[in-house]
Design a protein around this ligand. Structure first.
Ligand code: SAH
Ligand code: SF4
Length: 352
């Protein structure tokens, strides 16, 4: 009988599984408590479980987590973690300390099929979707590495991959973090960011987490060029999905807008962004492009970024500029890659 990874199971799934093994349903709660809440991994210490069951645990479950192979620390305190995903593949997660918050940015896929032109991850075709335990595991491993008394406060699905291209693992992971017997992590502190897989967007509202959408351009012409997904789901449908999400959840959508020099950063673009979104309950996050080798795009000068932001503010738009974090360690938005030991960015002399 093949073992199943413990970190892949939601509570109802675990209950079913355990009952199949002749155990009581409530053992699932007890296991969530030991493994997630107490982080007790020694079966002999799980004293409220029968001895026979404790002995069986390692036979039925695999307790492996994705292996954390490397860490970088930025001068601004941001940390990047490299996880080995087997077959010489890896993914990265980023921990961002800011204004009393500790946000973890997780990855959902090795590579990404959406092929956005400005994104480093998008250069690599999808290799595979991560499994639930590999997403849950990024949270568990980083939590375990935090100093005593320190906890993650927010999770954003803004790492490598398109979360809505891997919905089952993404939403199961959120359920597992949220489980009251385990981390009891609030769904309101989780944001799923999508490039615009319109037919999957209702899943975000249904799971009770926040929605972010990478808008990045204000005409179908430009968006088709920089985000090929737009050819399948153009702006009109995407914005309608945002309106519906907001109607259902009474929540604002975060619209992400990457400023690409000479492509998306003009004042007319700012005004068009206002016109397009004025009837969408949202806040806008502008992200000055983060450079990476061979991208073919440039980051606009500070004055251009300021002017773009001011134009929106003058129009009464709720707009924030995303602070670039971790640029020195290639941990900023769009800079993550499935680096392995031989990757140029790892070779760049980035130190442990
Ligand atoms: N796949 C999801 C989530 C990961 S990308 C999505 O696309 O939404 C997280 C954010 O980083 C997205 O808004 C994306 O548009 C932005 N991004 C990608 N490459 C970037 C770059 N080089 N500089 C700045 N932002 C970038
Ligand atoms: Fe994939 Fe998001 Fe990068 Fe686009 S921006 S290629 S969807 S990770």
């Amino acid at each position: 009988m093949e073992k199943i990874n413990f970190y892949s199971l939601t509570q109802p799934e675990m209950e079913k599984y355990l009952m199949g093994w002749g155990q009581q349903k409530y053992c699932a709660q007890q296991l969530f408590c030991w493994i997630y809440r107490q982080r007790e991994l020694e079966f002999s210490k799980m004293t409220n479980l029968s001895k026979a069951f404790r002995q069986k645990l390692p036979e039925i479950f695999d307790f492996s987590l994705p292996e954390l192979v490397k860490e970088w620390v930025s001068e601004d305190g941001t940390k990047k973690y490299l996880f080995d995903m087997g077959e010489s593949r890896s993914v990265e997660a980023v921990l961002i300390p800011s204004r009393g918050r500790l946000t973890l940015c997780v990855s959902t896929e090795v590579g990404c099929n959406m092929a956005c032109k400005f994104c480093f991850t998008g250069k690599q075709k999808l290799v595979r979707r991560l499994e639930t335990w590999e997403i849950v595991g990024q949270f568990v491993q980083v939590s375990d590495s935090l100093p005593e008394g320190s906890r993650l406060t927010n999770v954003v699905f803004m790492g490598m991959g398109e979360p809505l291209d891997n919905p089952e693992a993404v939403f199961n992971s959120i359920e597992i973090w949220h489980n009251p017997w385990g981390y009891n992590f609030s769904r309101r502190k989780v944001t799923v960011s999508t490039s615009g897989l319109v037919d999957q967007i209702p899943l975000v509202g249904a799971s009770g987490v926040r929605l972010a959408v990478s808008l990045n351009a204000v005409s179908d012409r430009v968006r088709n060029q920089v985000m090929p997904i737009n050819r399948k789901w153009p702006l009109k449908e995407l914005l309608e999905a945002c309106r519906q999400h907001s109607r259902k959840t009474r929540d604002k959508v975060t619209l992400e807008y990457v400023l690409l020099k000479g492509v998306t950063d003009s004042l007319e673009d700012a005004r068009q962004l206002y016109r397009l979104t004025r009837d969408v309950p949202c806040k806008i996050n502008i992200i000055p492009f983060n450079e990476h080798p061979g991208s073919g795009f440039e980051r606009p000068e500070e004055a251009i970024v300021d002017a773009f932001q001011n134009e929106l503010m003058d129009l009464g738009v709720h707009v924030l500029r995303r602070k670039t974090m971790g640029r020195d360690i290639y941990a900023a938005c769009g800079q993550l890659t499935t680096a392995d030991k031989n990757h140029p960015l790892v070779d760049k002399g980035l130190t442990d």
